[in-house]
Ligand binder design. Structure first.
Ligand code: SAM
Length: 290
């Protein structure tokens, strides 16, 4: 059955049968470990009332298991050469739609309207192509799609940055952006050996549970994210030094006074600020027109 694609033997057979050659430039590292595949699906908390959106189905190792677990599956694959393979492997799965396209260029709101009508909640479940992990995740979050969970295999360092708490060197603008929209949870780390071909980085599965509303109250989101970016611009610099770029050198003293007045020491580094402190900072800078 389709659920059996994710083994070393079947993967090699399918690759040989169709004469498929891997494209490194598309981040093609296929999963061949049933336990890892099952852990990914289990983390997504699917049932037959729910939908799954898979990005990059490859030859369908994860897709077959999603078909067993969910009521509807939509898989978006950029590599045209994989479409005939996916059609064969998933031929007995009428509730699975395979679409050819670049997920970064797709109108996802429209995809949801067309393919997930009447579904009681959708989660993204994928072994992502590592070269576009962050753009894909930021697109999913910024477009405010009605998602329940995002369960994805990504590069381990990126997963650690997404889940990082303030104070450490892994905490940065990606941590703030992800935690603004989601509650992150590291599901597991996985060795190179569960993929064909093996990637030359370590991998991890991360689960992002979408919040009903953002973690902190922000008046002007683009401004908030600007302030966050500016605060991390040069990690060795103090917050006051980094923010001077935003407020202007001539306002340096007023900026220092403002930071003191909201209880944030100007000599702190951006990496020590919580989401609440960034929100407070953004609101206070806005009031000054910075
Ligand atoms: N899900 C399969 C598995 O776990 O064995 C394959 C995962 S592989 C890491 C990533 C897949 O994403 C590849 O099939 C690749 O062709 C596809 N892909 C790469 N860039 C993409 C994009 N921009 N949009 C959609 N699919 C993409």
């Amino acid at each position: 059955s389709a659920a059996e694609v994710g083994t070393p033997k079947r993967t090699k057979e399918i690759i040989a049968k169709y004469g498929f050659s891997f494209k490194k430039s598309l981040g093609q590292n296929f999963l061949i470990d049933g336990n890892v595949l099952n852990n990914i699906v289990a983390a997504a908390e699917l049932d037959k009332t729910k939908g799954a959106l898979e990005i990059g189905p490859g030859i369908g190792a994860l897709t077959g298991r999603l078909a067993d677990a969910a009521g509807r599956v939509v898989a978006v694959e950029i590599d045209q050469r994989l479409l005939p393979i996916l059609n064969d492997v998933l031929s007995d799965e009428p509730h699975v739609d395979v679409l050819h396209g670049d997920v970064l260029k797709l109108d996802l709101a429209e995809l949801f309207r067309e393919h997930f009508q009447g579904v009681d909640g959708v989660s993204v479940v994928a072994n992502l192509p590592y070269y576009v992990t962050t753009p894909i995740l930021m697109k999913l979050l910024e477009e405010r799609l009605p998602l329940q969970h995002i369960v994805v295999m990504i590069q381990k360092e990126v997963a650690q940055r997404m889940a990082a708490k303030p104070g450490g060197k892994e905490y940065g603008s990606l941590s703030v952006a992800v935690q603004y929209y989601c509650v992150p949870q590291l599901v597991c780390t996985v060795p190179h050996t569960v993929f064909i071909p093996q990637p030359n980085v370590d991998s991890a599965v991360i689960k992002l549970t979408l919040r009903e509303k953002p973690a902190v109250e922000v008046e002007d989101e683009p401004h908030f994210f600007n302030v966050v970016q500016a605060s991390f611009a040069q990690r060795r610099k103090t917050l006051a030094n980094n923010l001077t770029a935003l407020c202007g050198k001539e306002n340096r003293e007023a900026l220092t006074a403002l930071l003191h007045s909201i209880g944030i020491d100007p000599v702190r580094r951006g990496e020590t600020l919580s989401l609440e402190e960034f929100a407070l900072l953004s609101r206070s800078l806005l009031e000054k027109g910075w």
